[in-house]
Design a protein around this ligand. Structure first.
Ligand code: KIV
Length: 287
C-alpha cells in the first residue's frame, strides 16, 4: 500500500501536465461514492477519485445513469470529501444539470464544489462548449468525457462502442481539440477503438483517461465496484477484476447468519458484563 502521509494532494493543474509522451507516469482514476471507498482509493495511491454518476447503477440499483440528480451527486461527493483523500476529487455532473443554460450549469458545478469536489466532469463534445467555458470562467477545473457517453444512452441506441468509422473518429478528434482549447484539464475517452484513442491522445496536449479505450491513453479509469467484483449484473469486456468481494461478502454474511441461528454469536467476550455485586443486588447469579 502506498504511503499516504508522504503524498502531496493531487491538483487539476498537476494532472493537466501528465502526458505520457512527455515522460509522465500513467494517470490512475477510480470511482468512489462514500468515505470508506474514498479512503481505500486514496490509500491505494490513485491520482483521482471520480464521484461518478455510475452511482446510479452500482450503488442505487438503476439500469442507467439518467436517474441521479445534482442533490444525489452532492450528497455522495460530500461523503468522499470527508475522507480527505490525497487524490483529486472529481464530481460528475449528472444528466440535465448542464444542458439547459450556462448559468444553471455553473450553479450546479458550484453545488458539487461546495460539497467538496475539486473539479467537475461532464459528457459531450463541441455542443457543450458554452457550458464548459462558463464553468472554467468560474474557476472550476473541468474534465471532459467523449466517446461512449452513458448519459446519451437513448440517443446512441444503447451502450455501444463509438467512433468505429473513420469519419466519426475524425469528429471525435475535433471534439477533443475543442475541449482542450476551451480549458478542460483532462478528458475521459470511453468505449472507443484503441487506435482512435491513440489518435486523440496524440492530437491534444491535455491527458486522456481511458475506459474501454485501450492502452494508448495517458491514464486509465475503472469503476470501484467492477474492480473489486462487487457489481455482478454486467461485466463489460474492458473490466479487469482484481478481487471477488461480492462472493467474499456473501460468504462472510452467511457465516454471521449461521452463527446467530446456531447460538454461536455472540460469545462471552463479545458481551458486556456487570460486577458480581451488582448482579447479586438484582438477584442474578453467575451472569
Ligand atoms: O460515472 C462514471 O463512473 C464514469 C466513468 C465510467 C468514467 O463516468
Amino acid at each position: 500500500m502506498a504511503n499516504v502521509e508522504t503524498r502531496r494532494k493531487v491538483t487539476a493543474p498537476a494532472v493537466a501536465s501528465r502526458k505520457r509522451n512527455e515522460g509522465a507516469e500513467p494517470l490512475v482514476m477510480l470511482t468512489a461514492y462514500d468515505a470508506p471507498g474514498a479512503r481505500q482509493v486514496s490509500a491505494a495511491g490513485a491520482d483521482m477519485i471520480l464521484v461518478g454518476d455510475s452511482l446510479a447503477m452500482v450503488v442505487l440499483g438503476y439500469d442507467d445513469t439518467l436517474q441521479v440528480t445534482i442533490e444525489d451527486m452532492a450528497h455522495h461527493t460530500g461523503a468522499v470529501a470527508r475522507a480527505n483523500p490525497h487524490s483529486l476529487i472529481v464530481g460528475d455532473l449528472p444528466w440535465m444539470s448542464y444542458h439547459v443554460s450556462p448559468e444553471e450549469t455553473v450553479r450546479n458545478a458550484a453545488a458539487l464544489v461546495r460539497a467538496g469536489a475539486e473539479a467537475v466532469k461532464l459528457e459531450g463534445g463541441r455542443k457543450r462548449l458554452p457550458m464548459i467555458e462558463a464553468i472554467v470562467s468560474a474557476e472550476i477545473p473541468v474534465m471532459g468525457h467523449l466517446g461512449l457517453t452513458p448519459q446519451s444512452i437513448h440517443a446512441m441506441g444503447g451502450f455501444k462502442v463509438q467512433a468505429k468509422q473513420a469519419d466519426a473518429a475524425l469528429e471525435l478528434v475535433e471534439d477533443a481539440k475543442a475541449l482542450a482549447h476551451a480549458g478542460c484539464f483532462a478528458v475521459v475517452l470511453e468505449g472507443v477503438p484503441a487506435r482512435v484513442a491513440e489518435m486523440v491522445t496524440a492530437a491534444i496536449d491535455i491527458p486522456t483517461v481511458g475506459i474501454g479505450a485501450g492502452h494508448g491513453c495517458d491514464g486509465q479509469v475503472l469503476v470501484y465496484h467492477d474492480v473489486l467484483g462487487i457489481e455482478d449484473r454486467f461485466l463489460p469486456k474492458f473490466v479487469r477484476r482484481y478481487a471477488d468481494l461480492g462472493t467474499a461478502s456473501v460468504e462472510a454474511l452467511t457465516r454471521f447468519v449461521d452463527d446467530v441461528r446456531s447460538g454461536a454469536f455472540p460469545n462471552d467476550e463479545e458481551s458486556y458484563h456487570m460486577s458480581d455485586d451488582q448482579a447479586d443486588a438484582l438477584g442474578l447469579y453467575g451472569t
